[in-house]
Design a protein. Structure first.
Length: 280
């Protein structure tokens, strides 16, 4: 299916490909390094300490942030706007947003957790944007996340007792980096052992349209799509790795509207519901 003709030119050119969408489905996140211009990063350091005014849950994105405000400029950047449209569609609503500041040598960290995992939708998901206005170095802690964990059902901080998992990543990145997360990804802010504050601005988006073929689907049949969906991660055991791939197949079927898609017959096998024919 081709990109909708109603999509704006700037957004159309920045829509995700099918390969990048499949990578998001497998990893649970999409990282875009240094996509925010430096002048905006400098402005962010000035305005974020004061916070961003709250908006009611479910406010349409076009109404959430005033025209010309920093937050509005951030979500309208073509790479960010295109990625958001690909993931949650046009006109999402803002669930909530927050500015997180980790002070130097603060000495504590968040437990590993997922956001709002009372949310058990198998065919839809929210997206959380995380923006880092300055370089994040290793000693600044950064956001820890566990790739491929987003489709494993847990409740909030059930994972908080785990200190380290094989294959976890601790974000280091250049200034102006934006990361988009599936709402279920296990993550946590690490302690800041540097001499500088660490800033992160987050926004959670709710879709208002079915999340079906919202991206540039011209490469939907590229073999790299299935290769991404088969990705394994070090924390998987053999059997649980199969479960995660099965969960991805279910999500990919929902995103593409293709109930025949499968990997190694796993979803087809477990969805089989034969019925007896009439002998009359």
């Amino acid at each position: 299916m081709s990109t909708s003709t109603s999509t704006s030119t700037s957004t159309r050119t920045e829509l995700l490909t099918s390969v990048r969408m499949a990578r998001f489905v497998a990893h649970g996140s999409l990282r875009m390094d240094a996509v925010v211009p430096q002048e905006m990063n400098d402005r962010a350091i000035e305005v974020l300490p004061a916070g961003v005014p709250d908006v009611p849950y479910g406010t349409p994105l076009d109404e959430a942030f005033p025209e010309g405000s920093f937050a509005r400029r951030l979500v309208e950047l073509p790479p960010v706007a295109g990625a958001l449209r690909s993931l949650v569609g046009p006109a999402p609503t803002v669930d909530h947003h927050a500015v997180h500041i980790r002070q130097p040598h603060e000495g504590n960290a968040q437990p590993l957790h997922g956001d709002a995992i009372i949310d058990v939708r198998p065919d839809a998901f929210d997206v959380q944007l995380m923006y880092y206005p300055h370089e994040v170095t290793a000693d600044m802690g950064g956001t820890l996340s566990v790739p491929g964990s987003h489709l494993r059902r847990t409740n909030e901080s059930d994972t908080g007792r785990y200190q380290n998992l094989r294959g976890q990543t601790r974000l280091t990145c250049p200034a102006g980096t934006v990361v988009l997360l599936h709402h279920g990804l296990w993550h946590g802010g690490r302690r800041n052992d540097s001499d500088s504050p660490r800033y992160m601005f987050k926004i959670r988006f709710n879709p208002t349209v079915p999340q079906v073929r919202l991206w540039d689907t011209r490469d939907l049949d590229d073999p790299a799509v299935e290769a991404e969906l088969r990705t394994s991660f070090p924390w998987y055991e053999h059997a649980t790795g199969r479960l995660e791939i099965y969960n991805r197949v279910r999500l990919w079927r929902a995103l593409t509207g293709d109930d025949s898609f499968d990997i190694d017959y796993w979803a087809t096998r477990v969805s089989n519901r034969p019925t007896l024919g009439s002998n009359a």
